[in-house]
Design a protein around this ligand. Sequence first.
Ligand SMILES: Cc1cc2nc3c(=O)[nH]c(=O)nc-3n(C[C@H](O)[C@H](O)[C@H](O)COP(=O)(O)OP(=O)(O)OC[C@H]3O[C@@H](n4cnc5c(N)ncnc54)[C@H](O)[C@@H]3O)c2cc1C
Ligand code: FES
Ligand code: FES
Length: 1305
Amino acid sequence: MKNFEPANGNSIEFKVNGKDYVVQDPDPTTSLNSWMRIQPKLTGVKVMCEEGGCGCCVVTLQKPNETPKAVNSVSVKLCLMPLCAADGCTFTTVEGLGNQQDGYHPIQTNVAQFGASQCGYCTPGFVMNMYSSLLSEDPAPTQQKIEDSFDGNICRCTGYRSLLDAMKCFACDADPNLLAQCKDIEPPSFLKRKTSNSASNCTCPDIGKAPCKGSCKTNVGVRSIKVSSDATTWLKPTSMQDLVSIMQGTDSNQFKLVCGNTSSGVFKPTSFPKYLVDINFVPDLTTTFNYSTMVKFGSCITLSSIVKLLKEKTSESVTFAPLVEHILKIAGLPVRNAASWAGNMMVKHLHREFPSDVCVLMEGAGAKVNVLNADTGITTTCSVFGTNGLMSLDMSKKVLVSLEIPKLVNGSGKNHVFISYKIMPRSQLQNAHAYVNAAFYTEVINGKPSSEIRIVYGGIRPDFARATETENFLVGKEISDANLTSSIKLLSQELAPVQQDPVDASVSYKLNLALGLFYKFYVSLYDPSKLGPGIESAITPMQRPVSTGTQTFKPDPTTYPVSQDIPKLSGILQASGEAYYLSDRLPTKDELHCAFVTSDDGNVDIDVIDDKDASMMPGFVQIITGTNFPSGVKNTHLYPFDTSQPLLATDHVEFAGQPLAIVVAESDVQARRIAAAVKVSYKNKQKAVISIQDAIDASSFFPSAENNFKMGDPDQAIADAKHKVTGECELGQQYHFYMETQYCRAEPTEEGGFSIEAATQGQSWVQNAIAYAYSLPCNKIEVATKRVGGAYGGKSTNSLITSCAAALAAYCTRKPVRFHADLKTCMSTYGARVPYLLKYTVGCDDTGLIQGLDWTIYTNSGPTIIFNAFFKINEVVIYLSAYFCENRKYKLVACKSNIPSPTWCRSPVSLQMIAFNEVMVEHIADQLNIDPIQVKQVNLYKQGQHNLYNEQLLFCNIRDIYNKYLLFTIINDLLSEYNIAERQAAIVTYNQNNKWKKRGLAVTPIKVSWSWMKHTVLVSICSDDGSVIVSHGGIESGQGINTKVAQVAAYELGIPMDNVIVQRTTNITSMNSDVTGGSITSEINCKAVIGACKILKSRIQPVKDKMDPASTWKEVIAKCYEDDIDLVVSHMVTKDGGTIRYNSYGATASEVEYDVLTGEHQILKVDTIFDCGISLNPSVDIGQVEGAFVMGIGFWLMERYVRDADTGKLLIDGTWEYKPPTTKDIPINWNIQLLKDAPNPLGVLRSKASGEPPMCMAVSIPFALKQALTSSRADHGITGFFPLKFPATVETLHELVKLDPVTNF
Ligand SMILES: Cc1cc2nc3c(=O)[nH]c(=O)nc-3n(C[C@H](O)[C@H](O)[C@H](O)COP(=O)(O)OP(=O)(O)OC[C@H]3O[C@@H](n4cnc5c(N)ncnc54)[C@H](O)[C@@H]3O)c2cc1C
Ligand code: FES
Ligand code: FES
């Protein structure tokens, strides 16, 4: 590149947390996130999706050309930012805000105080997003603004309520109740800043403390650079002239312009061009102009900056407010802070299937773009679409320069109407691309659309944008019902949508949705007084106010700290990024990294694994395949469950995503790039069995796993029953979505074994599986885990794959090796939730009382039956919900298929069984035309009835809990605590008055049984000061086990909690502990700690008895040591160690609102009563209830698995397509009550477990939606039962309403 030779050396410079960094010879293909975590060791910047979807890598950025610095700091996602783009910039990471040495920032302390972290892996991202939001433009935001700004951060654990509450304390209109909760916290310095703009009172964005001296700028500022690595050169011109000369002197396929680089999160680059050209500092591309007729944005202006300007100028054009509203639905805030409009349009230019919101909006608003041809120097002005529009231009050697948005002002007979829509998989308008988006514009003159009319759609098909025929038809036509019907007919022919792939929305949904959006637009042109009854509901948007709620519990101060709502002990460390995760461990000098080569196809044989090119790539060390496996090592990972399952496929490949080889390399990135470059060919393709129906069709079952259970005489009872109800229900997979993906580090030891550090839920499983594979005694395998960044069952059997892979690479190389499975690998290679299909027949009487039931349950087990091996049918149905029936039979059929073996996932089995029961009773209610609430009530267990183990339910309180909702039936429609009857009546009225918006309400009761497991704890008292160390057998994965264990140890020993520390879990201290799971691990370990403490006390007491009663704990312990008392106790709780089993009960009422024309919905109100006994820690348990419930919302409403029907390949392997709930998917009003005065005589210190059951209660939401759908179907004449399909996505729900736009609109 001779024509661009800036003076600087091959280095970049930037500032992080006030410290200058100079990076020599930076690699232009490296992300700043990778660099930040390894070089300055700032591991508070987390890594998960690496595609901008999760938010755990958010930091504060200030670009060198932005002043004054304190107001231009924004949140960005570092995984999308190239290292070289950092030149001249200033960053603040979570470490820069506060830490143990320097004290913590108020945001960090608030998060800890509100119990707003569980596993804590997402927490630094939330903290930094808040910090950046407060710094940028509005130091005193409203609660609404704060909630709105968290549209780009995902948390799988907390359910968001606590996080939002912690943040909303910083609002200028903060709820006094929230402020009361953080009264001990210093007022945030940001709020003070509002009263003074002087720099001396400002908080320094670099170090998070006042005063800002304004001296934090980098030394380099804005400058041109040219830095190279092996194959790619990073060029940063700072003038248009330089940019043009770079483009002139380079073949267009050799360079790529880079603005925010966020498109790499959507379309991941598989290779890099010779030149990456950073255009962010070319002044012509970064300028904004506000003219009287238009606003003009340079091509590097970000979406956030456009929002900011248009908001300020709202009154200057009717288009500006709707544009702002829609742009705020694009991605999430930290992406919008980096993403340019030009980059967005060019993504559409390169990938026509991309449903660009920017293109649709700008075409609708009549905007024009200016494009410069670098070769000719000519600038062309064009629209986005159309014959000579941007999309039709050859863009080689061209650069987008600016965007002109015209100002449209009403008055003097002019009436411009501009409306846009975006309907997406996340109903609540956050961080998701559109199924279909649309923008409509016209000028209404004398009640008729003028000749200026634009109907623009995205997501319909790659070559379609403008509905020109319909536009032409409407010109000058009166706004009338007849013209509405004609245009709907015309539009329905013109659209002709296509489904581009199985992940894309269906053709029928796209068509009906697009017509529904047009209907909304057209109806809004009517004179409101002429609209028919209920029609206005088509136009009124669903408003989401600030979320509110209550958390009610009754602790018992007599047992404090047990039962006290103590925030999680590690909360502050998680909020400051100081908490340690294995993924944060820095590689040692000799450490290697490995990655899987995985299969693209299933039920096929391997032909050739070709690593010729891959092995030449930088960093390559070794490749291990199924056929060159080291002799003497067993190629398996699933010991003892199914040792026939290989770690690496040898000849036959069972499923797409299966590991075929392990690549070992010098760095993580190299290992992944090399693995991707290994070529695999296949032969002998056979049809893959993907779904349960495929398996039934092919009779592909595991006969050995089939088992049956019968009680009473169900056949006779069904035959005798007055009513028979028959149906089926299928429940699919769910990805665990742990924020810390799978990690393991294996190091060969001097004894010939392995030292393993693993992000696992089952240390003894890891130990035993590795020992088996290497024929080693178990004592040569040491396993340690500090904490894991989320698990939910996904790090149980799945972690064996990771651990055995790391051990294999370490064995082959004799070096420490780290295995980090990225998100795509975790999703496509590892098992997810088990899919089920239920076929049921029920007999019942006129009240809906179930007299007999007959269920056949199919599970999709993948190639092995590990999961079914654990759950026999009688154990499965023991989890059954709250309903009793004397005559039942169950049959379990395990299907053999070509998907990764499914595994445990939060509430395994109970989730499906409880849902199946709800499906069944709701079906009965539908068929008998009775309120489902009543059918549920008559079937509830009564105290004293027997469960399927023939155990009497002595302490059953399900009827009490449920009746709290149902008092109206008992006390003759008087108000009950939750006003269910009144709300039901109000819903009926609402639905009568609103044709296009509907509401529904459903109540779900649950009963869940628990069984005990085995865990070992070690409790040691330090003789010198009496402090206590506990190491237990569970894994801290966010459920608060360490906090509960510390509370119990302090209580039992009678010492302050400060005297107790809970250290990491190792198999040396807690040998033979079961896997952490089933919600029960905290209790079992607490029980074990109680046992250990009692032994310690029995040893201490005789010594104490001989001492002065006033002796301190420290003195007593010192004396014990002097008297040779053993102050270390290991204790194990076993399945037979006392109480075996108890039940948890609960009930939830959910109320929803549904948009009939789009399928969108919102959860208006959820009230939950949950039975936690006397909670060991209400703060932790409420957090568990909330987190589980929101994970349930994801399962029931949005998280769908889509596989290629031929290969079985997972088609939703990232955050672009897979959508767990975000902050606005939670209930708008959410009230949680831990059942009061309900001590559990069978539990640990009167408590009950909390982690999983609340997830099952979220099934009330789809059933509430079903009621809304039923009302809409009735409006257009469809009555009778219809089955729900799960997940009940926006698309699925819309299709169930069965609208025919031509006849129903
Ligand atoms: C998590 C996530 C969610 C998203 N959600 C949405 C969504 O809901 N709706 C939506 O519409 N989009 C969405 N996007 C896409 C996002 O809006 C675009 O990635 C972004 O606008 C691209 O801008 P950029 O500055 O980052 O471009 P870059 O990534 O830097 O560049 C993108 C392309 O444009 C080219 N380019 C950039 N500037 C110019 C120029 N001036 N002239 C010529 N070529 C240029 C580049 O060479 C490159 O090919 C999402 C992205 C992410 C990561
Ligand atoms: S890792 Fe950056 S957003 Fe997920
Ligand atoms: S605490 Fe948010 S993902 Fe675990």
